[in-house]
Design a protein around this ligand. Sequence first.
Ligand code: PRP
Length: 217
Amino acid sequence: MNKNRIKIALTKGRVEKQVVPLLERAGINCDQIRQKKRRLIFDSVQPYEFILAKGPDVTTFLERGAADIGIVGSDILVEHHSTQYELLDLKTGQCQFVLASTKDFDPDEPKRKIIGTKYPNITKKYFDSLGQDVEIIKIEGSVELAPLTGLADAIVDITETGTTIKENNLKIYNYLDKVSTRLVVNRMSLKQHPEEIYSLVDKLEGAIKNENLSKEY
Ligand code: PRP
């Protein structure tokens, strides 16, 4: 790892897929990321270097100063009570939290519900706001399995296209907060490298604006 470069922790998977084209439109070379195989650290145009990590780890890298910039979903930032400084909404990775379950689920049934989720804090906050005490089971992936297998009564999860819910015969019972990908920065890094960081923000802002204009046209 090159100490002189600005380290950008990019969330791998869905965020990465949508952000790489945006970075390229902003003039950032992502060839190495596109050809990555199992590699985790990538050079780009000076002065940037990318690391690929899971969303929750992106916030840890930033908090500990092991990365200067993080590109991560607002779902992760809210769930992990991140205090990192948010510089830009990248307007990609747009999805929404939903309460979902099987078609026979009754959200008004007066019993203590069991809720499966990858987001226990967000789930607790939601049910607290309804004045409902629920049991929360933390699930790491394929949350939709929980109501289908009887592990939970319902789930709180993000949905983007709605395909997973539809293909698994689930139903949405409520829409909660919206989610999008954010660019966050370690405050110390911003003090040390303001030019490089704001220059990246400017380039990305331009790329987002151009994309919106071409959509409108
Ligand atoms: C998320 C979410 C749903 C799915 C919804 O999982 O937990 O399972 O996406 O997307 P859709 O509405 O477009 O179908 P993700 O694919 O990020 O991975 P995971 O289930 O392995 O955590």
